[in-house]
Design a protein around this ligand. Sequence first.
Ligand code: MSP
Length: 644
Amino acid sequence: MKYYLTTPIYYVNAAPHLGTAYSTFAADLIKRYKKMEGYDPVVLTTGSDEHSLKVERAAQAAGVNPLAYTTKMAAEFISQWARLGIDYDHFIRTSDPKHHETVRWLFERCEKNGYIYKGAYTGAYCVSDEAYVNDVTPGEPCPACGNPTETVTEENYFFKLSAFQKPLLELYEKNPTFVKPDHRRNEMIAFVQQGLNDLSITRTNIQWGIRAPVEGHHVFYVWFDALISYMSAVKDDDFWPADLHLIGKDILRFHAVYWPAFLMAADLPLPKQVFAHGWILHEESKMSKSRGNVVRPGPIVDVVGADALRYFLLREITFGQDGSFSYDALIQRYNSDLANGLGNLASRTLTLVQQNRNGLIPDSPGSPDIAEAARRTTEMTMDAFCAFNFSRGLETLWSFLSVIDKFIVERAPWKLAKDDSGFAQNMLDETLYSAAEALRIICAWVYPVMPNSARNIWIQLGMKTPIESVTFADLHWGKLVAGQKIGSVAAVFPRLDASAIAKMELLEVQEKARQAELFGAAKAVAPAAAATLEAAKIAIDDFVKIDLRVGQVVSAERVKGADKLLHMKVDIGEEQPRTIVAGIAESYPPEEMLGRKVVIVANLQPRKLRGIESNGMIVAASLEGGKPVLAGFLEDVPVGARLK
Ligand code: MSP
């Protein structure tokens, strides 16, 4: 039986961050889990949402045509998903002609069934959310995101959403799992019960979009474009309807109200389920480009690996609720659960088999108590994963892991090994078999969450079948074959210390600069940034107005022909690092400055030193007749923090 699931398709005007990677990680997990459950094929679609006024403007700001812009951005998403090891089947781009055809086809079906009419709209529009905003005067902030709204007056085509109030309420009633989690379903019911307004689904003020098959210049509203990509991606195969749309809670209304209404109007099958997860928060608010608090997954993956990041996000945060990310919490969980937990169990068990049984799995049915605990663990993990409660599933597995740890300590195989009696040797066989078999079962369960590490342990266990082909039937106790030769033993999760955080932070700064350049952000934000700078200039005696910030040095080099000068790029939490030239080269060689946190005066007028424009000043103690000593912090402080 097939299983078709989707991630949202991502706006291409921002690079992937932990928030967007979260949907994708979870979808990859579910794909692997559904395969274990026996579905075949399991097909995962992701993609890029490329049309809109926002993208049109971003491309303009970057000085390129929209297709060239979105092609570059879609390539960035594809390469980031590869870096994170995402196993998707289709990457659909809304600029793909195949998708355009599907959108027009669906529109024509709705039109034929009498759900489309021509009307006029004047009111407020939020470019950031790509949505008309009721109850505000144009120009006022959008109640959803706070960005200013714009006035639009348009004659466009409307979709009769109002006709679907009853059918939608019936859908939620008849199919109570259509929207998950339950509290989100209740929100949707309450929303639809209030009554639905018809929806304007074409725009005349945009060029960069799908042309509607009507007279005059009309392009489709982004949501009557993006949602349909789920169908376009599998149009040539027989995969529609989707079994699951996995999304964040902010886009639930589009998926649980508009989308089924479009499909009902077109007389097409509905997806079976929409699951809305919560938000990843950072520094106490939703991680998002507009808030400027994003953390990119790439640098984390380079230091701790994709598996550890996936594990952290899925273990730490109950799926469906909001949860916070911090580097500290990531490293703590890594060390406690992965290095000391799973990694330690694997190396301990395999080393014992190596040392005491020449690397061969002993012949024993294993301990009945452990077998029973394994059975219960499988049952509970299956229930949890089935309900997409991954944190509970992982918690269950880690409780089992502690049972095994305790069991090994109590049995003390190192003592049994010294006792030649038949009883002791049988006990040793039973102990080693139980630990190895438990490890195999844990490994199979961990695979959807941490595919690479699970595969690694699987191979060390000497398993012959690929872990990718494991199904529920393989999870029964006793499937580990006696006499199997284990592979060579190596640490899977080496312990990490605080330097890992410094490394991730430094790579993050570099990645941010790379992406800012790629996305043309410098050009897009330059006028605003320049205006802020201008407004912030102060008189020197007005000390409280001095904008002092924590910065981190991203690059440093000597200025040719000037012994005292260092030319640095310093990240102070803006889109791009600042260029700062400072007279500290005699005390601080460039290599010592790399990654160092410093205090910057951020609102001084720029000045040129040896032809290089310095945009800020680095704060140092200036000693009479001595060399400068940089101001710093004893505790760790976030880049961009203000000093007051
Ligand atoms: N393009 C639309 C989706 C169209 S689907 C037919 C869109 N794109 S998005 O790039 O803004 O967001 C994509 C997904 O990332 C959404 O599910 C959104 O909820 C999720 N996230 C973005 N930031 C997030 C967090 N900080 N935390 C968790 N998920 C978040 O919306």
